[in-house]
Design a binder for this molecule. Sequence first.
Ligand SMILES: [Zn+2]
Length: 353
Amino acid sequence: MPNPDRVELVRKRLGLTKIGFADLLGVDRKVIQRFEAGQAELPEHALNNLIEASKYPIEFFSGPSPEYPNPDGVSFRSLRSLTARSRDASQAAGSLAFMFDDWISDRYGRPEANLKLVPMNEPNPVEAAARVRAHWGIGSRPIGNAINLLETNGIRVFSLAEETRHLDAYSLWRDEKPYIFLNMTKTMERTRHDAFHELGHLVMHRHTGSKHKMAEFEADTFASAFLMPEEDLKAEIPYFRSLDHLIEKKRRWGVSAASLNFALNRIQRISDWNYRGNYIALGKIGKSVEPNPLPPETSQIWTKILRDLWTRGLPLSRIARELNLPEKELNDLLFGIASTLDKPQVEREPHVV
Ligand SMILES: [Zn+2]
Protein backbone atom coordinates (compact mmCIF):
# COMPACT_ATOMS: atom_id res chain seq x y z
CA MET A 1 0.00 0.00 0.00
CA PRO A 2 1.41 3.41 -0.89
CA ASN A 3 2.43 5.67 1.96
CA PRO A 4 0.04 8.67 1.95
CA ASP A 5 2.88 10.99 3.03
CA ARG A 6 4.89 10.02 -0.04
CA VAL A 7 1.88 10.51 -2.28
CA GLU A 8 1.43 13.95 -0.75
CA LEU A 9 5.08 14.78 -1.38
CA VAL A 10 4.67 14.01 -5.07
CA ARG A 11 1.46 16.06 -5.19
CA LYS A 12 3.45 19.00 -3.84
CA ARG A 13 6.26 18.44 -6.31
CA LEU A 14 3.69 18.55 -9.09
CA GLY A 15 2.51 21.90 -7.75
CA LEU A 16 -1.08 20.68 -7.48
CA THR A 17 -3.87 21.46 -5.07
CA LYS A 18 -5.88 18.52 -3.73
CA ILE A 19 -8.61 19.22 -6.27
CA GLY A 20 -6.20 19.33 -9.19
CA PHE A 21 -4.54 16.19 -7.87
CA ALA A 22 -7.83 14.30 -7.66
CA ASP A 23 -8.52 15.29 -11.27
CA LEU A 24 -5.11 14.09 -12.37
CA LEU A 25 -5.66 10.75 -10.65
CA GLY A 26 -9.17 10.46 -12.02
CA VAL A 27 -10.90 10.13 -8.63
CA ASP A 28 -13.17 12.18 -6.43
CA ARG A 29 -11.52 14.50 -3.92
CA LYS A 30 -13.11 12.51 -1.08
CA VAL A 31 -11.18 9.45 -2.19
CA ILE A 32 -7.94 11.39 -1.73
CA GLN A 33 -9.09 12.67 1.66
CA ARG A 34 -9.96 9.17 2.88
CA PHE A 35 -6.68 7.83 1.55
CA GLU A 36 -4.68 10.57 3.26
CA ALA A 37 -6.51 9.85 6.51
CA GLY A 38 -5.60 6.17 6.20
CA GLN A 39 -9.24 5.15 5.86
CA ALA A 40 -9.13 3.81 2.33
CA GLU A 41 -6.75 2.43 -0.24
CA LEU A 42 -5.92 4.34 -3.38
CA PRO A 43 -7.73 2.72 -6.33
CA GLU A 44 -5.37 0.94 -8.69
CA HIS A 45 -6.18 3.13 -11.68
CA ALA A 46 -5.43 6.24 -9.56
CA LEU A 47 -2.03 4.87 -8.59
CA ASN A 48 -1.30 4.04 -12.22
CA ASN A 49 -2.26 7.56 -13.27
CA LEU A 50 -0.02 8.97 -10.55
CA ILE A 51 2.98 6.93 -11.70
CA GLU A 52 2.40 7.83 -15.30
CA ALA A 53 1.99 11.56 -14.70
CA SER A 54 4.72 12.00 -12.10
CA LYS A 55 7.34 9.62 -13.57
CA TYR A 56 8.04 8.49 -10.00
CA PRO A 57 8.62 4.73 -9.86
CA ILE A 58 6.09 2.67 -7.87
CA GLU A 59 8.75 1.71 -5.30
CA PHE A 60 9.01 5.33 -4.21
CA PHE A 61 5.50 5.31 -2.79
CA SER A 62 6.11 2.49 -0.32
CA GLY A 63 9.10 4.16 1.39
CA PRO A 64 9.07 5.73 4.87
CA SER A 65 7.43 9.09 5.49
CA PRO A 66 9.65 11.89 4.20
CA GLU A 67 11.32 14.49 6.36
CA TYR A 68 10.31 18.03 5.45
CA PRO A 69 12.19 21.24 6.15
CA ASN A 70 10.82 22.63 9.40
CA PRO A 71 8.72 25.61 8.25
CA ASP A 72 9.76 27.66 11.28
CA GLY A 73 13.40 27.36 10.32
CA VAL A 74 12.91 28.21 6.67
CA SER A 75 13.33 31.68 5.35
CA PHE A 76 11.63 32.30 2.04
CA ARG A 77 12.38 35.42 0.10
CA SER A 78 9.46 37.37 -1.26
CA LEU A 79 7.21 35.45 1.08
CA ARG A 80 4.21 37.61 0.40
CA SER A 81 4.09 37.12 -3.34
CA LEU A 82 4.92 33.44 -3.11
CA THR A 83 1.97 31.14 -3.70
CA ALA A 84 1.31 28.26 -1.34
CA ARG A 85 1.83 25.86 -4.23
CA SER A 86 5.28 27.23 -5.12
CA ARG A 87 6.22 27.10 -1.47
CA ASP A 88 5.00 23.52 -1.16
CA ALA A 89 6.86 22.51 -4.32
CA SER A 90 10.11 23.98 -3.12
CA GLN A 91 9.73 22.52 0.37
CA ALA A 92 9.08 19.15 -1.21
CA ALA A 93 12.27 19.69 -3.20
CA GLY A 94 13.96 20.27 0.17
CA SER A 95 12.67 16.92 1.32
CA LEU A 96 14.15 15.21 -1.75
CA ALA A 97 17.41 17.07 -1.18
CA PHE A 98 17.59 15.52 2.32
CA MET A 99 17.20 12.02 0.82
CA PHE A 100 19.91 12.71 -1.76
CA ASP A 101 22.16 14.44 0.75
CA ASP A 102 21.90 11.55 3.21
CA TRP A 103 22.73 9.07 0.47
CA ILE A 104 25.87 11.09 -0.31
CA SER A 105 26.74 11.44 3.40
CA ASP A 106 26.74 7.66 3.78
CA ARG A 107 29.50 7.48 1.17
CA TYR A 108 31.51 10.70 1.33
CA GLY A 109 32.80 12.87 4.11
CA ARG A 110 32.12 16.54 3.62
CA PRO A 111 33.11 19.54 5.71
CA GLU A 112 31.09 20.17 8.85
CA ALA A 113 29.37 23.49 9.42
CA ASN A 114 32.07 25.98 10.30
CA LEU A 115 29.76 28.44 11.98
CA LYS A 116 29.87 27.09 15.52
CA LEU A 117 32.13 29.76 16.89
CA VAL A 118 30.31 32.60 15.20
CA PRO A 119 27.96 34.29 17.66
CA MET A 120 24.44 33.67 16.42
CA ASN A 121 21.88 36.43 16.40
CA GLU A 122 24.38 39.26 16.19
CA PRO A 123 21.92 42.06 15.53
CA ASN A 124 24.19 44.24 13.39
CA PRO A 125 24.47 42.74 9.87
CA VAL A 126 27.74 44.51 9.02
CA GLU A 127 29.28 43.22 12.25
CA ALA A 128 27.87 39.72 11.65
CA ALA A 129 29.38 39.64 8.13
CA ALA A 130 32.76 40.76 9.49
CA ARG A 131 32.65 38.03 12.14
CA VAL A 132 31.95 35.26 9.66
CA ARG A 133 34.71 36.55 7.40
CA ALA A 134 37.13 36.66 10.32
CA HIS A 135 36.14 33.16 11.43
CA TRP A 136 36.62 31.80 7.91
CA GLY A 137 39.98 33.54 7.64
CA ILE A 138 39.20 35.60 4.55
CA GLY A 139 39.85 39.02 6.02
CA SER A 140 38.59 41.70 3.68
CA ARG A 141 39.55 39.93 0.44
CA PRO A 142 37.01 39.62 -2.39
CA ILE A 143 35.12 36.31 -2.59
CA GLY A 144 36.04 34.13 -5.56
CA ASN A 145 33.64 31.22 -6.04
CA ALA A 146 30.71 31.73 -3.66
CA ILE A 147 29.37 28.18 -3.82
CA ASN A 148 32.80 26.73 -3.05
CA LEU A 149 33.25 29.05 -0.11
CA LEU A 150 29.91 28.00 1.37
CA GLU A 151 30.48 24.30 0.76
CA THR A 152 34.01 24.36 2.15
CA ASN A 153 32.49 25.75 5.32
CA GLY A 154 29.95 22.97 5.57
CA ILE A 155 26.87 24.54 3.98
CA ARG A 156 24.96 22.20 1.68
CA VAL A 157 24.00 24.02 -1.50
CA PHE A 158 21.25 22.86 -3.85
CA SER A 159 19.38 24.32 -6.78
CA LEU A 160 15.77 25.36 -7.03
CA ALA A 161 14.81 24.46 -10.53
CA GLU A 162 11.06 24.65 -10.61
CA GLU A 163 9.26 27.59 -12.09
CA THR A 164 9.23 29.71 -8.98
CA ARG A 165 9.56 33.18 -10.33
CA HIS A 166 8.85 34.66 -6.93
CA LEU A 167 11.26 32.47 -5.08
CA ASP A 168 14.87 33.60 -5.12
CA ALA A 169 16.33 31.30 -2.56
CA TYR A 170 15.74 29.74 0.82
CA SER A 171 17.79 28.39 3.64
CA LEU A 172 17.33 26.31 6.74
CA TRP A 173 19.05 24.53 9.58
CA ARG A 174 18.49 20.78 9.73
CA ASP A 175 19.86 19.92 13.16
CA GLU A 176 23.44 21.11 12.89
CA LYS A 177 23.49 21.15 9.10
CA PRO A 178 22.80 24.39 7.24
CA TYR A 179 21.27 24.21 3.76
CA ILE A 180 20.90 26.86 1.08
CA PHE A 181 18.70 26.47 -1.99
CA LEU A 182 19.48 28.84 -4.85
CA ASN A 183 17.62 29.84 -7.97
CA MET A 184 20.34 29.25 -10.55
CA THR A 185 18.45 30.73 -13.48
CA LYS A 186 19.38 34.33 -12.67
CA THR A 187 22.53 36.28 -13.33
CA MET A 188 25.53 34.98 -11.38
CA GLU A 189 25.73 38.34 -9.57
CA ARG A 190 22.16 37.95 -8.30
CA THR A 191 22.79 34.34 -7.30
CA ARG A 192 25.88 35.32 -5.33
CA HIS A 193 23.93 38.02 -3.55
CA ASP A 194 21.16 35.51 -2.78
CA ALA A 195 23.71 33.00 -1.46
CA PHE A 196 25.07 35.44 1.12
CA HIS A 197 21.63 36.85 1.86
CA GLU A 198 20.73 33.30 2.93
CA LEU A 199 23.98 32.95 4.86
CA GLY A 200 22.89 36.07 6.71
CA HIS A 201 19.60 34.41 7.66
CA LEU A 202 21.41 31.26 8.79
CA VAL A 203 23.75 33.24 11.01
CA MET A 204 21.55 36.08 12.25
CA HIS A 205 18.10 34.54 12.42
CA ARG A 206 18.72 30.97 13.48
CA HIS A 207 16.88 31.37 16.77
CA THR A 208 14.76 34.43 16.20
CA GLY A 209 13.38 33.30 12.85
CA SER A 210 13.39 35.45 9.77
CA LYS A 211 9.78 36.47 9.63
CA HIS A 212 10.15 39.75 11.49
CA LYS A 213 9.90 42.98 9.57
CA MET A 214 13.59 43.81 9.44
CA ALA A 215 14.85 40.33 8.54
CA GLU A 216 14.98 40.85 4.78
CA PHE A 217 16.73 44.19 5.10
CA GLU A 218 19.22 42.69 7.57
CA ALA A 219 19.97 39.75 5.26
CA ASP A 220 20.48 42.09 2.29
CA THR A 221 22.81 44.29 4.29
CA PHE A 222 24.71 41.19 5.45
CA ALA A 223 25.13 40.06 1.82
CA SER A 224 26.33 43.49 0.74
CA ALA A 225 28.81 43.77 3.60
CA PHE A 226 29.98 40.17 3.15
CA LEU A 227 30.64 40.59 -0.57
CA MET A 228 32.05 44.12 -0.31
CA PRO A 229 33.84 44.83 2.97
CA GLU A 230 33.99 48.54 3.59
CA GLU A 231 37.76 48.61 3.97
CA ASP A 232 38.34 47.08 0.55
CA LEU A 233 35.67 49.22 -1.12
CA LYS A 234 37.24 52.38 0.23
CA ALA A 235 40.73 51.37 -0.84
CA GLU A 236 39.61 50.46 -4.36
CA ILE A 237 37.16 53.29 -5.00
CA PRO A 238 38.42 56.40 -3.20
CA TYR A 239 35.91 58.58 -5.04
CA PHE A 240 33.12 58.16 -7.58
CA ARG A 241 34.27 58.68 -11.16
CA SER A 242 31.56 57.36 -13.47
CA LEU A 243 29.06 54.57 -13.89
CA ASP A 244 31.34 52.98 -16.48
CA HIS A 245 34.05 52.83 -13.85
CA LEU A 246 31.69 51.05 -11.45
CA ILE A 247 30.77 48.57 -14.18
CA GLU A 248 34.45 47.88 -14.70
CA LYS A 249 35.24 47.61 -10.96
CA LYS A 250 32.27 45.45 -9.92
CA ARG A 251 34.01 42.31 -11.23
CA ARG A 252 36.44 42.57 -8.33
CA TRP A 253 33.68 41.69 -5.85
CA GLY A 254 31.50 39.66 -8.20
CA VAL A 255 28.47 41.84 -7.59
CA SER A 256 25.96 43.60 -9.80
CA ALA A 257 26.57 47.22 -10.73
CA ALA A 258 23.40 48.04 -8.81
CA SER A 259 24.74 46.35 -5.63
CA LEU A 260 28.03 48.19 -5.90
CA ASN A 261 26.18 51.48 -6.36
CA PHE A 262 24.10 50.68 -3.27
CA ALA A 263 27.12 49.68 -1.15
CA LEU A 264 29.04 52.83 -2.09
CA ASN A 265 26.07 54.96 -1.17
CA ARG A 266 25.72 53.11 2.13
CA ILE A 267 29.29 54.07 3.09
CA GLN A 268 28.79 57.51 1.53
CA ARG A 269 31.33 57.18 -1.21
CA ILE A 270 28.57 58.09 -3.63
CA SER A 271 26.29 61.02 -3.01
CA ASP A 272 22.53 60.45 -3.02
CA TRP A 273 22.40 62.47 -6.22
CA ASN A 274 24.87 60.24 -8.10
CA TYR A 275 23.37 57.12 -6.55
CA ARG A 276 19.98 58.01 -8.02
CA GLY A 277 21.47 58.88 -11.41
CA ASN A 278 23.25 55.50 -11.55
CA TYR A 279 20.12 53.74 -10.36
CA ILE A 280 18.07 55.22 -13.20
CA ALA A 281 20.75 54.54 -15.82
CA LEU A 282 21.04 50.90 -14.70
CA GLY A 283 17.26 50.56 -14.73
CA LYS A 284 17.30 51.52 -18.41
CA ILE A 285 19.69 48.64 -19.17
CA GLY A 286 17.17 46.27 -17.57
CA LYS A 287 16.90 44.39 -14.31
CA SER A 288 17.68 40.96 -15.68
CA VAL A 289 20.59 42.14 -17.81
CA GLU A 290 23.91 42.58 -16.08
CA PRO A 291 26.57 44.69 -17.80
CA ASN A 292 30.04 43.12 -17.81
CA PRO A 293 28.63 39.83 -16.43
CA LEU A 294 30.45 37.19 -14.41
CA PRO A 295 31.01 33.72 -15.83
CA PRO A 296 29.00 30.95 -14.08
CA GLU A 297 30.44 29.34 -10.95
CA THR A 298 30.06 25.71 -10.09
CA SER A 299 30.74 23.53 -7.09
CA GLN A 300 34.08 21.76 -6.88
CA ILE A 301 32.89 19.37 -4.17
CA TRP A 302 29.89 18.17 -6.18
CA THR A 303 31.95 17.87 -9.33
CA LYS A 304 34.51 15.70 -7.52
CA ILE A 305 31.86 13.50 -5.92
CA LEU A 306 29.91 13.03 -9.14
CA ARG A 307 33.05 12.14 -11.04
CA ASP A 308 34.07 9.64 -8.41
CA LEU A 309 30.62 8.05 -8.38
CA TRP A 310 30.68 7.87 -12.13
CA THR A 311 34.03 6.05 -12.16
CA ARG A 312 32.50 3.59 -9.66
CA GLY A 313 29.72 2.87 -12.09
CA LEU A 314 27.22 5.10 -10.30
CA PRO A 315 26.09 7.81 -12.67
CA LEU A 316 23.23 10.00 -11.57
CA SER A 317 20.71 7.72 -13.28
CA ARG A 318 21.83 4.81 -11.04
CA ILE A 319 21.67 6.94 -7.90
CA ALA A 320 18.16 7.99 -8.88
CA ARG A 321 17.20 4.34 -9.20
CA GLU A 322 18.65 3.52 -5.78
CA LEU A 323 16.63 6.35 -4.26
CA ASN A 324 13.54 5.44 -6.32
CA LEU A 325 13.40 8.95 -7.73
CA PRO A 326 13.06 10.21 -11.28
CA GLU A 327 16.50 11.21 -12.52
CA LYS A 328 15.09 14.64 -13.34
CA GLU A 329 14.63 15.40 -9.64
CA LEU A 330 18.34 14.89 -8.94
CA ASN A 331 19.28 16.82 -12.05
CA ASP A 332 17.10 19.68 -10.90
CA LEU A 333 18.65 19.72 -7.43
CA LEU A 334 22.08 20.13 -9.00
CA PHE A 335 21.04 22.35 -11.88
CA GLY A 336 23.69 24.99 -12.45
CA ILE A 337 25.63 23.82 -9.39
CA ALA A 338 27.40 20.81 -10.85
CA SER A 339 27.61 19.21 -14.22
CA THR A 340 25.23 16.27 -13.99
CA LEU A 341 26.14 14.75 -17.31
CA ASP A 342 26.20 11.01 -17.00
CA LYS A 343 29.51 11.07 -18.76
CA PRO A 344 31.75 13.67 -17.14
CA GLN A 345 34.67 14.89 -19.14
CA VAL A 346 37.59 12.81 -18.07
CA GLU A 347 41.01 14.37 -18.26
CA ARG A 348 42.89 12.74 -21.04
CA GLU A 349 45.68 10.37 -20.06
CA PRO A 350 49.13 11.48 -21.20
CA HIS A 351 49.65 10.04 -24.64
CA VAL A 352 52.27 7.34 -24.64
CA VAL A 353 53.95 6.66 -27.95
ZN1 LIG B 1 15.45 36.56 3.00
